[in-house]
Design a protein. Sequence first.
Lengths: 73, 171
Amino acid sequence: MSEIDAARPISIGIQWVESTSGHNPAIDGYDGSYSSPTIDIQDPIFGHSIQDFNSFPGSYNGGATWTDSFLTK
Amino acid sequence: MDSRPGVPKIDFSKVILNPPHSVYDLRADEIAKGGGLETAHLTAQRYLIKGPSGYIAAAEVQLDNTGAATLLANINFGPFVGPSGQALDDLAALDIVKQGSYEARMLRFSAIQVLAIWLKSDGAGADIIYPLSPAPAFLQAGKTYSVGDFLNQIRPYAQKRAAPKERISFP
């Protein structure tokens, strides 16, 4: 959250379920004011989404696992 | 929602929530080893949201293993929103579709970046696959495919993306 608050998006690596295919969207926002927090995702394939955080990335476009996080400057 | 950067301003008094369509996901392992659309996983219900100037978002409600809705997982504003709404409108105008009976589904294969409308025939007609724009080079958006032709096109790419059956271990 401190990275997002400082306007530094987080690039993340995810791997789609039952494949070797990786993917790198970025998180550039969040909202914790709901009972279930959300994150803002910028995705080079799927575009911008507001995504439920607690179920991410299992509920993201068919399901994936979160493999890496890359901080930006 | 209108105060979030990148989210279009939405006048909720003027939006239409279209009836949902089911989302089916394909997985590289299953297609790579010869599976067809019977391997597609029902994962969500997707609602297209239409404003005065066109389709503006798609809301995806996650389903559990029994098919029951569990949560609003995702609201998407990306490049497939408009084409998917337009595709449903275009397909509904085709003679073959008007003469038959179909369930409109979303078919998604994230590992190879494919989204398509899957018209599942309720009767004697054959299913129709209609890839959405932006489509990868091996598929043509806006063209109707038979299930067999569609699978022939995607299988080589699924095989490249399939997880290895065995992992090599080193001593």
